[in-house]
Design a protein around this ligand. Structure first.
Ligand SMILES: [Zn+2]
Length: 232
């Protein structure tokens, strides 16, 4: 689970959400050297369902920051990896407005044109709702719109399948989960920490957070050991 790939000055609020480009490049190189393939959610799906087995790592980016395009895409291409970027369908070309009240700096989101470059670069998009609201605080009708309509928004705009969903802030409950299911998504990712296995519910997938603080030894431990799984 990545968000922003950028070098941010010391003192930046929630600097942890930004992984410096050099560190990201090192992480992808390391995965490749260890014999892993980085995959977006569609390519990962058969491994999650237990149909296929192999050394694979799912790579996801939440929110759709422009810096994913400039700093992550060339690196992913270099190693032949794919990844899924979860977009907010009504906020393309905007900023992370949901963060600003916490003092987190503005960070531009990919525009429609930039999303096309991402897709044409061999990458995948998923849905992160229409507006990045707190779904568990929304009315039933509103959360349903956010979840179900973001899918056709993106599918029509980009002429591509959108089968994968990511809960904003990882927030979900039974109602939200059933709305995700009704909307037809194949997988949904949370912020619960751990390595996903075929035993996980496909709409409640755990992830491994990679942050500014994920130094090299920790990155290796997160991928290869039960380190994350124990954080349940
Ligand atoms: Zn988000």
């Amino acid at each position: 689970m990545y968000h922003s790939i950028a070098e941010m000055p010391r003192g930046t609020v929630m600097r942890s959400l930004h992984v410096p480009p050099k560190r990201f490049a090192w992480q992808m190189r390391l995965l490749s050297w260890m014999g892993y393939r980085g995959l977006g959610m569609s390519a990962l799906h058969p491994y999650l369902s237990g149909e296929k087995q192999g050394k694979v790592v799912g790579i996801t980016f939440d929110d759709g920051y422009r810096n994913n395009l400039t700093h992550a895409l060339p690196v992913l291409n270099r190693w032949g990896f794919s990844a899924t970027c979860y977009l907010i369908s009504q906020q393309l070309g905007g900023v992370n407005h949901w963060d600003l009240d916490k003092g987190i700096p503005e960070n531009p989101l990919m525009s429609e044109e930039e999303v096309r470059v991402w897709i044409n670069g061999g990458m995948e998009i998923g849905s992160h709702t229409r507006n990045h609201l707190r779904l568990t605080s929304c009315s039933h009708a509103q959360s349903n719109e956010e979840i179900s309509l973001s899918r056709p928004d993106l599918e029509q705009q980009f002429d591509t399948a959108v089968d994968h969903f990511c809960y904003p802030w990882g927030e979900h409950n039974e109602t939200i989960q059933s709305q995700v299911e009704s909307a037809g998504y194949l997988t949904a990712t949370t912020t619960r920490r751990g390595r996903a296995t075929p035993l996980d519910h496909p709409l409640l997938l755990p992830r491994i957070p990679i942050t500014h603080h994920t130094l090299p030894h920790l990155f290796v431990m997160k991928i290869l050991s039960q380190y994350e799984d124990n954080h349940g």
